[in-house]
Structures are given as C-alpha cells and as structure tokens.
Design a protein around this ligand. Structure first.
Ligand code: BGC
Length: 757
C-alpha cells in the first residue's frame, strides 16, 4: 500500500468517524477501493447491513410519518438508501441526518422510478422504441436524469429492458418491445442517457437494468407469474438487452419477481454471481425488486425471513428493497457464522463504491440545490424535446385514400372519445412527478393547432376517474349512453377524430389483460360513428400501452394512428401529425395480433417442422383465425412512399470471422419529405440448431426529400451471424444466410451469401 493510502486509512481510523466524507474530499484521487475498504474496516455488522437496506416512505422531518426507517434508524446507520422520496430540500434534510448525525456519516442514496421523464414526461418506453431513434431516446433519458438529479435523486430504476413477446403482460409498456436487438440498442442508449459520461457530474444518475431476468416471459401474460424457459431462449432472447446495458456501464441491476424453471430469480446465484458478475464482469450492485426478498417465502423456497435474506444475499443481491429483511434478520446469522462476513463485506463494498462514484462522500448535498431544481424541472427546452420524441413515436397504421393529413381549413371537427380529453392517461404509467395540469391532452392539442376550426367534443364512452378499480370498471363498462351525442357531432362536423384505447391504468405493473380488444363498448361506438360519418374523413387514434387486437378498425377505419401515451406534449405532437406539420415515421416495436389467443406472437419465431400453409390441415395454424399478425413488427406508414431498390452485398462468400456490407437504395417516391426506418434482417438457412425465421440485425432512419434517393449501408459481422450451438458455445457456422432489407419484418428485398470454413 502506498504511503498516501496508508495515511488515509490511518486518518479514517483515528479521526472522528463522521469526518469520513471530508477526508475523502481531500484525497479525491485516492483509489476508490482503498477508501471503501478503510471505511468498511470501521463498520459494525449492523452498519454494513444498513447500507444494504433501502426503505420507502413519505418523509416530513418535523413529523415522523415514515412507515419504515425513521430518524432513529438513520442515526444508527441502519439505512443505506430510500426510494420515492423526492425534492432537493426534503432529501437534503434527510441526507443531513445520515451525514451529520450518524456515527460514520455515510451518505444515503435516493432512488426513484424515473422511467420516461421526471417532471417533463416523455412518451412511454414502448412508444420511445417506436421512434427507432436511439440518439433521441438517449437525449430523453439525459433530460430525465437532469431533472431527477436536480430534485435530489441519485438513482433511477430504469431502463426496464425486459423483452416482452406477450401483449397481455401489462408491463410491455415499460420496455422496448419484443425484439432483443432493438431492445439492446435502446437499453444502451438509455443507460448512456441516465449516466452520462461521468457519474461525478451532478446531473447524472445511476441507471438500473431491470428486471433480471425473463420477467416478460410470465405464463399466460399474467404479471408476476411463473416463467419456465430454456437456457437457449434465455441467452438468445432475454439476456441480450441486459448484456448491452452492462456493456454500456450500467451501475445497478434489479432482480425479477419471477422464478425461472424452479429458481426464483431473487435467490439465483447462477444469475447474479455466475452470469452477471463472473461471466459478464458487472461491477456495480444489485438491488432486489420491491419486497422480492421477502417473497421468497411465497415462492416456497425459504422457511422464514432470515432464510430468505440469507439466500438472496448469498446469491449476490446486495440491497433489499423495502422489506428490511437484511437489517432485521441477518445480524444473528452473521454472528453464528451461517452467513459469512465476507459476503456481507463484498455487498457493502459494492454499495459504498456507487456512493463514491457519484461523488457523495465529497459532497453529499450535490443533488440538493433547490434553485437548480426550480430552474430545471419542466424547462422549455425539455418540453420541446418531449414534443419531438412524441412526434417520432407516432405510427401510421392505415391511411386509405390519403385521409391524412387533415386539412387545417376544416370548418368543424368532431373529436370523440373520453381519452381525447384525458391528460392523466397521456402521461402513461410510471409518470414520476408528471402532472396532468401541465400535460396537453389530444383535445387541447387539436384546439391549439386549429384555432379557426370549430372543434366539437363528445366523450362517447364513460370518462374513467377515481380509484384504480373505478377506472378499470369505467373502461370495461358497456355503457352506451354517450353514443347519441357522439353520433350527433359526427354527423354535424366536416371530419371526425375518434380516440379509442386504454386508460393508462390498464397497462403497466399489475395490469395484465386476458383479452386485447378495445375495452368496453368502444368498438360498438366506432361502428356507430363510422356509419354516421359516411364519406367524411374519419381518423381513429389509438392511445394505449400495448398492442391491441383491432381487426374491425383495421378493416373499416379509413385512417389509423397509433399514438400510445406520449407524455406532457402529447396533444401538440398528435396535432402536428394530424394536420401534416410532421410526417409520421414511427415503426411498431411489437407485433399487433388479430386476437389475444395468438399471443405470444412475435416475428422472430422458429420455423417449426410444419410451417403454416393456407388450405393445409396438418400445418401449424388455427381453425378460427389466420396465423399471421394484424400488423407486423417494424411496420409503419408515412404520408409519402418509399421504394427499395438494388440490394447488393459486398461479397457473396465470407469466412467465419469475416464481415460484409449490405447496401440498398431507398427513394422517396411521393411528394412530401419523409423519414423511413430501413430495416435489416438475417436468416441462417441451415444450422446445427433451429434459428429464427428472421432476426433484426440493423436499422437506420433516413430522411428523404421528394424524389431523393440515398444508399443505406449496413455491415454484418460474426456477432450478427453467431448462434449458440448444442453445447451453448457461441459460434458462426458455415452455410448460407439470407439477408432481408425493407420497411418492416414482413416485406423487403432479399439476397444470399455463404459463410465458408
Ligand atoms: C417494480 C419495479 C420498481 C419498484 C420500485 C416494483 O413494484 O416491479 O420495477 O422499480 O417497484 O418502485
């Protein structure tokens, strides 16, 4: 050990312990490990387990009112972190107790779910993925981090990088959809956005890749349900976005609630130690999901809380969220030697290291400046950025006879559907500090955009308000009392915008559905309104957080726009697209089924021994519905048209470790400027194991003026062609590959090349 480090250790040992932070500040460049070890050497078991404990609660410093973890626990060093306490001033007050009044003065970490914005709310993550624009998604996360950091938050529980192939699962809204490649690109972008280049910059926050792992594979799409899948599917489908997040430097990982093949994730040494740390080299810390350690009792693998805590900590889960199990139950296990001190030490080291990396020992109040907070939240440039992301997230699903864009000179326009006026739903689930009163609904956005037009409004189906149960009941109600008024204004106006979908409470955590139909009587309303409108332009806007099964609309609505939940600037962004200020460019990051019975439905499925074939009984089909999706992954139209031409490969033979380039000419063949998302898919034709019929391996957004042509170039290398063989070794096998380049997973030009020995 160098003399300088020795000095630090010495000083830490003899000075008043509370001064640890001041010492760290004066030796800013001391190696983080040495500092952490010296601190660790002074900690009691309780103080160590305190660092591994995260509590929640509303906090008023004058009144107690924390359900768990009060001031006494703070002073005793029994708390390492809080979640869901926000605000530069209040977090400063709490931090002060930890730093000034506890024995060692170790600063707290404040965490919160900052999922798609903090006060300025961006589109829900699924909608952000529909932009296919990682740079923009990174910018959105950067802004969210800047706002959260200004309000005392050091750490977000995002990005959620769970691949979701089943639209019944409510949390599909929180991720980037069904594809591991798109999901990986978005995962890395969000990690970079939240964490920035330097964690010491106080506008950056720790990111969390969650939920490790396969949470999206819940049986029957029911939240928290059992998961059972092969090592192959885990590695090929569910792990890649986590690997991408780790490679991007993510500092924390959260456990999943589910079991996988008999082992609850939160107790899995295989996942958190063997894979995440030993195989991937992750050097941050792991936090459990909310009470997930305690839930090991429900899973039936722990007899009591202490046993649950021991299993989780031994597995490599460093911090327990909310349940307090580590601090409450583990001290005796450490004393008796059942739980090795080395395990506690290692977990504590990891948590302390994160605090060092954020610079909290130098200045624990660097996230606590109320002036910065006031100037940062909802800054005009944040709103402008949110509007841009929202514009790019909108997907045009249908536009018969160019109904869209609507004319700005309409004398009157009927807006129908309670969700049109619902600025709460516009925020989507996990809207952090987003406020409905600062959010522009679809109806308000339309009114602002066309002040000369007489905008008539009728809710049609009942507005959903009140408690969660009341909201769901209102959405599912078959109440048709609002139909007559809707029909009346549809008859009266020059054009109709019909807004259908789900209240935001219908997607997100604990919001799974067994059907994917439009809730309640909405389809019936659509029939009545379409009838009443006759030949007038009718545009249906969908606002929802998951694919919906909408065959009726796909057939009968003249124009259909998927507008998801777009956040604070939803209304203006929707109006920008409706009236042609913006040409839509979003593409679906998930497959839309015809009916929920097709789920899980995804484009990169395996071929099967009997691929479906029309009119052939003994093939992989349904009797009552086509096997195909309603709208495929990657699909999305534009107000202009694009042609793909002259697909060419740099070579038709490469060695296993070789690369080749794929080029295609894309032309804007319409009369408006537009952006196309050009997609590259690959199929391994014959391999030692079955391969997906297609797998996304690249994409690029290309902006083209009318008549303009651009050549898009992709590079394919061994990582794009590799598979896990029967021994789970990653290899590139010789043989033919097909390349597809086109506007979606279902269309495009094809070429072939061969990998040779
Ligand atoms: C969710 C997590 C979230 C945590 C804290 C849990 O219920 O599953 O995604 O981060 O709560 O709010």
């Amino acid at each position: 050990m160098s003399p300088r480090l020795l000095l630090i250790v010495f000083l830490l040992g003899v000075l008043a312990p509370r001064a640890a932070r001041a010492q760290a500040a004066s030796y800013r460049d001391a190696r983080e490990d040495a500092f952490v070890d010296s601190l660790l050497s002074q900690m009691t078991v309780e103080e160590k387990l305190g660092q591994l404990t995260q509590y929640t609660g509303r906090w008023t410093v004058t009144g107690p009112s924390v359900p768990q973890g009060g001031e006494e626990d703070l002073r005793a060093g029994r708390i390492g972190s809080f979640l869901n306490i926000t605000g530069a001033a209040v977090t400063r007050d709490i931090q002060r107790i930890a730093v000034e009044e506890s024995r060692l003065g170790i600063p707290l970490l404040f965490g919160q779910d900052v999922i798609h914005g903090f006060r300025t709310i961006f589109p829900v993550p699924l909608a952000e993925a529909a932009t296919w624009n990682p740079a923009l998604v990174e910018q959105a996360a950067r802004i969210a981090a800047r706002e959260a950091a200004a309000a005392g938050i050091h750490w977000t529980f995002a990005p959620m990088v769970d691949v979701a192939r089943d639209a019944r699962w409510g949390r599909i809204v929180e991720g980037s959809g069904e594809d591991p490649y798109l999901g990986s690109v978005m995962a890395a972008a969000r990690v970079r956005g939240f964490q920035g280049d330097d964690l010491r910059d106080p506008s950056t926050i720790l990111a969390t890749a969650k939920h490790f792992v396969a949470y999206g594979a819940a049986e029957a799409g029911r939240d928290y349900n059992t998961v059972d899948l092969s090592e192959r599917t885990l590695r090929e489908v569910y792990l890649p976005p986590f690997k991408a997040a780790v490679d991007a430097g993510v500092q924390t990982v959260m456990t999943a609630f589910n079991e996988i093949g008999g082992e609850p994730a939160t107790a899995s040494h295989r996942l958190f130690t063997d894979l995440l740390r030993d195989e991937w080299g992750f050097d941050g810390f792991v936090v459990s999901d909310y009470t997930a350690v305690w839930e090991l009792l429900h899973h039936g693998i722990a007899a009591d809380s202490a046993d649950a805590g021991r299993q989780a900590l031994m597995a490599g889960v460093d911090m327990s969220m909310v349940d307090g199990i580590y601090i409450r139950t583990l001290p005796p296990l450490v004393a008796s030697g059942v739980l090795p001190m080395s395990v506690v030490d290692e977990a504590t080291r990891r948590v302390l290291r994160a605090k060092v990396r954020l610079g909290l020992f130098e200045d624990p109040y660097r996230y606590n400046d109320p002036e910065r907070e006031a100037a940062t939240l909802l800054a005009p440039e944040h709103r402008a950025a949110a509007r841009e992301v929202a514009r790019q997230a909108i997907v045009l699903l249908k536009n018969d006879g160019n109904v869209l864009p609507l004319s700005r000179d309409l004398r009157s326009l009927a807006v129908i559907g309670a969700l049109a006026a619902d600025s709460v739903s516009a925020l989507g689930s996990w809207a952090a500090l987003g406020r409905a009163e600062e959010t522009i609904s679809i109806l308000a956005g339309i009114r602002q955009a066309v002040p000369q037009t007489r905008v008539l409004y009728a809710p049609g189906y009942p507005p959903a308000r009140g408690s969660f149960d009341e909201i769901v009941a209102a959405m599912l109600s078959e109440d048709t009392r609002g139909f007559d008024e809707a029909v009346r204004i549809a008859r009266e106006a020059d054009a109709v915008v019909l807004v259908l979908g789900e209240h935001r409470e219908m997607t997100g955590e604990a919001a799974s559905r067994a059907t994917l139909d439009l809730p309640g009587a909405q389809e019936e309303l659509a029939r009545r309104v379409l009838d009443a409108a006759g030949d007038k332009p009718v545009v249906v806007l969908l606002t929802n957080g998951r694919p919906l099964a909408i065959p009726f609309l796909a057939e009968h609505a003249p124009a259909l726009l998927e507008t998801w939940y777009l956040g604070t600037e939803m209304g203006p962004a929707v109006a920008d697209v409706l009236f042609g200020e913006v040409n839509p460019s979003g593409k679906l990051p998930v497959t839309f089924p015809r009916t929920a019975g097709q789920e899980p439905l995804y484009y990169n499925h395996k071929p099967t021994g009997r691929p479906p074939q029309a009119g052939q009984k003994y093939t992989s089909r349904y009797l009552d519905v086509p096997w195909t999706p309603l709208y495929p992954f990657g699909f999305g139209l534009s107000y202009t048209t694009f042609a793909y031409d002259h697909l060419r490969l740099s070579t038709d033979r490469i060695p296993r470790d070789g690369t080749l380039t794929v080029q295609v000419d894309v032309t804007n063949t319409g009369d408006r400027a537009g952006t196309e998302v050009v997609q590259l898919y690959v199929r391994d034709e014959v391999a030692s194991v079955t391969r997906p019929v297609k797998a996304l391996r690249g994409f690029e957004r290309v902006h083209l003026q009318p008549g303009q042509t651009r050549t898009v170039t992709f590079t394919l290398g061994s990582e794009d062609l590799a598979l896990y063989d029967l021994h789970m070794q990653r290899v590139v096998e010789p043989g033919f590959f097909t390349v597809y380049v086109g506007p979606s997973s279902a269309e495009g030009l094809q070429a072939r090349f061969e990998v040779v020995e």
